[in-house]
Write a protein that binds this ligand. Sequence first.
Ligand SMILES: [Zn+2]
Length: 586
Amino acid sequence: MSQGTSPSSIPIQPAAFFPPRNTNHPVPSGGHGTIPVPMAGPAPFWSNVGTVRNETTGHNLGSRGSTTSAIDSTSNSHILFGEFTQLNEQLDYMDDHDEHADIASGDRLIDDSLVNDLTGMEETNAEPHAAEPAQSSALHNQLVALQTRLMQEEAEHGKPLCYTRGDFFDRPPHPIFALETCKDTTGLKPEPLYWRKVFVWLPHLLPGHPETFKCVCNMPLTKNGRNTNPIARRVRAMPADFFLYTNCFICDPRRVKAPGPGCGKSFQGTDPHILEQMPEFVLTAFPGFISARGAISNEMSREMSNMFAKHFGPAPFAKLVSEIQHRFHADIELMYLGAAKFWGQRGIKPCSPFDDPNGYAGAPPSIQYLKGMFTDKVKAHRVFIDRDTASKPMTFAKTDHTFDYLKGVAGVKGEDIFNAAYSAGNEFEEIRAHSITPTKSLAYVKGMLEDIQEGLKNCNNPPTQILYTDSPQAERSFHESINQSLLKDVEPVTDWTDLPPFSRTSGVSAYSTSDSMSIEECANDILTHVIDHAWVVPSQLALIALAIKTDQQPGEATRLRLIQLRTVDKIYVFNVQSLSVCFGNF
Ligand SMILES: [Zn+2]
């Protein structure tokens, strides 16, 4: 559109209600009452206009809001009146349809977003070095002693004593009892307070284990001793990390007995391939989620899922874990110092700082670590999440666009690829499908909505019967074309829809009239009946119920409209709003 075009030659066509920054992008057209379809739009006029000018009066019309202030004023400096009208219409449309300002807010950097937190995976997210106990540190010594003891217990009793006690955890004594023991033997020392509990996972000693674990090559696996470096794996948890201790299996290549040598592959007892050979109810006891980069406890993993879903991202979560772990360490130190004071022990070894690798060796997970673990977990469970989502019903659908988090998604050379996201929820507030789209146009989600209906059929769920959307007038025909069951048994909603259906006692006839003569006759009948029967049957009711309905026009007095009478054997409805008088033929 050039400056010289006359207003009459400008076709006023509905255009995008948010300005595309790249005119090659498909933009939605359409407005009130129509479904926008993707099309290559004309160059938006606001990309090269400055001052808004009324050609008829020559007056500048000024700018409105941020849309015109963002316009590049170095280009052509006029907007034609027709275009201005069109712009106003679009802004009005946005006022009416954009209550959360998610269309209009435009570009802005958002500091704290779920998506921002999840991106940036190029940063280092491997397990921090401090996670593994340093050689000859207090924790390393604990694990060495534990391994020796566990192997001894297994040799003597067939299984670790913690299993005999009915516990997966081999727990160090509580600081209070550890301190009491120290006091009586070696004198107070802080090392026993650094010890962590150890989850002992020896699959071949657990209920329901298979006779022999199988390798991926289907040959039997043999036990292949224990791990030495590290002896056990640190699992991130609150208030303090714990260790996960397991054994190894090998598909023995040196085997001479039947069935012959194996392929040489070795497995940890925590390897998914070993775990999947255990019964499901035993697996439920497995204490955490393990990936190549680390391990977190089930509780922490669930806390992350719940919090990340509510915009409490990895950054504050990392702080939370750190705070709680530091607090736990502070309590231990307090108990140690309190015990020394209580028992009058002087010159004791100080309790180690939280992060001393040779002492307490606290190492709260970093933000990157938590991001990485969360991503790993979602990736690992994705197929199950998808399957679960696809089997959900959607008898009542709730659909809407959102724009907010797309601003946090990277584009190509600063150009967004996706500007909108579309969610379809069901009657249980579960998301049944979610899709990110280049624009707000519904054409992009047609396939997704068709797939949902197909999926509902495949899972024996009823088709969607009611659909809620924020612009039903505009979207009605679109949704009805995708799902014909929306057209079935439609009952228009009225003021009385929610009332119970009306019924009257059978055998009681109703009589309605607006004729004044008939009304008078009926009134006479009623009175005659009362007079005739009043002394015969004293309890006889003359009138069971009376109801009136009134009307009031603005500025007028209230007028009686209907009178309803219920006698023993009849219902009378008198319309007295427009009384008619029927004259007989004289
Ligand atoms: Zn093998």
